[in-house]
Design a protein around this ligand. Structure first.
Ligand code: NAD
Ligand code: MN
Length: 362
């Protein structure tokens, strides 16, 4: 029996509901494997409620506690009552940066049966993958308040973006390596190096240098504003898109909305080199507007469980989850964000039913 130790952090809002849905899927697969593999899950009750009780988003040694798990399964963080920058920095960014998960991959998939937001002749065959620099850039936390010297009046605040050659190189190299595993072998780099003349120009120089080592990979370079339009107008040109922390964050919400909803996008925070645990989470946030109603779309978080299983070496189970998700949307079993009427539990049950059907066929 292979036992996988998974740290579970449901977090806040719908994070709690969609992680619960994902764990049902994992439970089903472990039971069905008849002892071939098991998941040992430990829950960490960190988040905004924890903050209001304890004055901190997670334990001081939280990152250390997580460091010997095989993987981390994460919901979402943030809730009214705690400032968003406190909750994000105190939990998600603390973990990503603390465990040096510098590569965030976010596939954009167009599922069958989902109403199309995008008018494109080949919409059913679109899919691309965002590679997000996940350790520095605009989310380095460099800056400060009150630069004018006088609090309150005409305050000046500085928010800097920090780019290192090492940070740029490893994420760009990661994108090229990923592109080599894909059909078209193409990397699109996104910057804003016309306006941001330091960090983004360093990024461009590193991109030019690394690309020489991958003559078999096609390259393309875009400014982020034009890339936002390209996502809508010519997404068939995209395969692997690599961008800084902020730009890829924004583009991944755009990508998931084009594919149907924020609720369907999965993501993995990886350290591809070190053996620190990786963290798997949907792209969306805690959605306080629909939290507690049981109507959140669990597909992004269940898809993130598939990315987790793939990472753990259970690639057959991972692709079965993805097939079961596709089967479910093809059947028109959809949550409200996709124009359907089903709730979180019904989608999850349908996905599990489709998983079991597939097992019988095999
Ligand atoms: P959000 O992603 O939580 O929600 C944006 C909109 O999309 C809302 O209308 C919401 O109802 C909808 N939506 C999101 N996920 C959905 C799902 N699974 N099913 C159905 N509808 C869904 O973004 P926001 O409103 O900007 O942020 C809310 C909170 O989440 C804030 O505190 C923010 O800081 C936090 N946040 C956390 C993360 C994270 O933990 N990784 C990411 C983004 C935002
Ligand atoms: Mn985001």
């Amino acid at each position: 029996t292979r036992n996988y130790r998974i740290a579970v952090i449901p977090g806040d809002g719908i994070g709690i509901e969609v992680v619960d849905a994902g764990l049902h899927v994992l439970d089903y697969l472990a039971n069905e494997s008849n002892g071939d593999f098991t998941f040992e899950t430990d829950f960490f009750p960190w988040g905004c409620e924890y903050y209001l009780e304890n004055g901190k988003m997670m334990d001081e040694d939280g990152v250390e506690k997580l460091s010997d798990y095989d993987a981390i399964y994460f919901g979402a963080v943030g809730f009214p009552g705690v400032p968003d920058h406190v909750s994000l920095w105190g939990l998600r960014l603390a973990i990503c940066q603390g465990l040096d998960q510098w590569a965030n991959i976010r596939p954009v998939e167009f599922l069958p049966g989902v109403p199309r937001r995008l008018n494109h002749p080949d919409v059913d065959n679109l899919n691309w993958i965002l590679v997000r620099e996940n350790s520095e850039g605009e989310y380095s936390g460099v800056g400060g308040r009150n630069f004018s010297g006088r609090e309150g009046s005409n305050e000046v605040a500085v928010q800097s973006a920090l780019f290192t050659e090492k940070g740029c190189e490893r994420i760009i190299r990661f994108a090229f390596d990923l592109a080599r595993t894909r059909k078209r072998k193409k990397v699109t780099s996104v910057t804003k190096s016309n306006a941001q003349q330091y960090g983004m120009v360093l990024w461009d120089e590193v991109f030019a240098r690394v690309s020489k080592e991958y003559p078999d990979v096609e390259t393309d370079q875009w400014l982020v504003d034009a890339m936002a339009a390209q996502f809508v107008l010519h997404p068939e040109e995209l395969e692997v898109v690599v961008a800084s922390n902020l730009f890829a964050d924004i583009l991944s919400d755009l990508g998931s909305a084009l594919a149907g909803s924020l609720g369907i996008a999965a993501s993995a925070n990886l350290n591809p080199v070190k053996r620190t645990p990786s963290m798997f989470e949907s792209v969306h946030g805690s959605a306080p507007d629909i939290a507690g109603k049981g109507i959140a779309n669990p597909i992004g978080t269940i898809g993130s469980a598939a990315l987790m299983l793939d990472h753990l070496g259970l690639s057959e189970e991972a692709s079965r989850i993805n097939q079961a998700i596709e089967e479910t949307t093809r059947q028109g079993i959809l949550t409200r964000d996709l124009g359907g009427t089903h709730n979180t539990a019904e989608i999850t049950d349908a996905i599990i039913k489709n998983l079991s059907k597939r097992k019988l066929e095999v």
